[in-house]
Ligand binder design. Structure first.
Ligand SMILES: Cc1ncc(COP(=O)(O)O)c(C=O)c1O
Length: 347
C-alpha cells in the first residue's frame, strides 16, 4: 500500500518548521544548527507523538476497534496524547500505568484522566509489567464483547513508526529547498519509535518521489531511558516491520546514505535531572526561544553540548516537544521570593 493510502487520522499541522537556530547553536557549541520544530505539531500541546498517533488511531478506527489499551507511566506524553485523541474520536481508552496511584498527579496524567481514561495500575515499579497487564486488560475487554486495540509502550509499533517515516520525507524536502544535502540529525530516544520511523523513511523508498532525494544523513539517537545496546534490536525490528507495513510494491531499499547510531544520554537516569541538566535548560530558556524539558530534549541537547567537537556537518536537532514535562518542572518549584530581585517582588 502506498503511503497516501494508509489509514491516517489527521490531527496535526504539517510540515512543522525547520528553522536555523544560531541562538541555540551558541549555547550548544554548534555553528550550523537547524531545529525541526516538532514542539509545534499543532495538535493540543504538540510534540513528536502526534505523528505516530495519526497512523495508530487511523489503524484502530480502520480495524473497527472500540477501545484502545495504552501503556505509559504517569508522565507519559504518548499515553496522554493518545487518550485525548481517542476520546475525541469516540474510542474508549484503558490507560495501564506501572506502580500505584501517585500522590502528586503529573500534568500528562492529568490530561489522560481529564480525557476520560480508565486508569489501571500494575502495582509494580517495573515498567515492563505494563505489557503483561495490558494483555490481561485486553482479554477482559474481549470477554465483555469489546474490540480492544493494544498498543506497545510509547506507540513504538510498525504502524506508529509510519509517522516518522513520513517526517523523514518532510525534512528531506525542506533541506532540498535550503540547498543542504548532508546532515547529522540528533533526536532523543525513549521507546525507539521516533528514530525507527526516521531510519525507515531514509532507508527505503516509501513513495516514488523519495527515490530522487539524495540526502546523506547520519542520525544520532540519544537514548535517555535504556542502555543503547538494549535499544538497538528493538529499533531494528520496528524498522523492518514499518517497512513491510508501508508498502509491498513501493518499498524498495535505496542505495542507502543513511547511517545511524545510539549514544547513552541517561546521565543521572530516566526522568532524573541533575544539576547540569537543570543549568542547561535554564540557560536555554534565558538565551533562546526554546522551552526544553529535562527528560528528553534536555538530555539530548546536553549530549550535543558535550560532544559538539564530534559534529562536523550541519546539525538538525529534532525538537520533540515535552511541554507537559516543562509544566511539571515549573509547578514543582516552591518560590524563593527573597532571592528574586525584580521591583515587583521587593514590594
Ligand atoms: C517529548 C518526548 N520526546 C522524545 C520521546 C522519545 O520518543 P520515542 O519514545 O519514540 O523514542 C518521547 C517519548 O515519550 C517524548 O515524550
Amino acid at each position: 500500500m502506498a503511503m497516501n493510502e494508509i489509514p491516517r487520522a489527521r490531527l496535526g499541522s504539517f510540515p512543522t518548521p525547520c528553522e536555523q537556530a544560531s541562538d541555540l547553536g551558541a549555547v550548544l557549541g554548534v555553528d550550523a544548527l537547524w531545529v525541526k520544530r516538532d514542539d509545534l505539531t499543532g495538535y493540543s500541546w504538540g510534540g513528536n507523538k502526534v505523528r505516530p498517533i495519526e497512523f495508530i488511531l487511523g489503524d484502530a478506527l480502520h480495524q473497527g476497534a472500540d477501545t484502545v489499551v495504552v501503556c505509559g507511566g504517569p508522565t507519559s506524553n504518548f499515553a496522554a496524547l493518545m487518550v485525548a485523541a481517542c476520546s475525541q474520536r469516540g474510542l474508549a481508552v484503558h490507560h495501564v500505568s506501572y506502580g500505584q496511584r501517585p500522590s502528586r498527579i503529573p500534568a500528562a496524567f492529568e490530561v489522560s484522566i481529564q480525557s476520560g481514561a480508565v486508569v489501571e495500575f500494575t502495582g509494580s515499579s517495573d515498567r515492563e509489567t505494563m505489557d503483561a497487564t495490558a494483555e490481561v486488560v485486553a482479554s477482559r475487554l474481549r470477554a465483555q464483547g469489546k474490540r480492544p486495540y493494544v498498543l506497545p509502550r510509547g506507540g513504538a509499533s510498525a504502524v506508529g513508526a509510519l509517522g516518522f517515516a513520513n517526517a523523514a520525507l518532510e525534512l528531506s524536502a525542506q533541506l532540498k529547498q535550503l540547498g543542504i544535502d548532508a546532515i547529522t540529525v540528533v533526536v532523543p530516544v525513549g521507546s525507539g519509535g521516533t528514530i525507527a520511523g526516521l531510519i525507515t523513511g531514509w532507508t527505503y523508498a516509501l513513495d516514488a518521489g523519495s527515490l530522487t532525494d539524495a540526502l546523506d544523513v547520519e542520525i544520532v539517537g540519544v537514548s535517555v531511558s535504556r542502555p543503547p545496546d538494549e535499544m538497538r534490536e528493538t529499533i531494528e525490528s520496528v524498522v523492518r516491520g514499518c517497512g513491510a507495513t508501508a508498502a509491498e510494491s513501493v518499498l524498495r531499499p535505496l542505495a542507502s546514505r543513511c547511517r545511524w547510531r545510539l549514544v547513552d544520554g541517561r546521565s543521572a537516569g530516566f526522568g532524573v535531572a541533575d544539576v547540569s541538566d537543570i543549568e542547561l535548560v535554564e540557560e536555554i530558556s534565558r538565551q533562546t526561544r526554546f522551552l526544553v524539558d529535562t527528560t528528553y530534549n534536555g538530555k539530548a541537547m546536553r549530549w550535543i553540548r558535550e560532544s559538539a567537537s564530534q559534529l562536523s556537518r550541519p546539525v538538525v536537532y529534532w525538537h520533540t516537544g515535552g511541554t507537559l514535562g516543562v509544566v511539571d518542572r515549573f509547578s514543582g518549584r516552591s518560590a524563593d521570593w527573597e532571592a528574586l530581585s525584580t521591583e515587583e517582588c521587593k514590594q
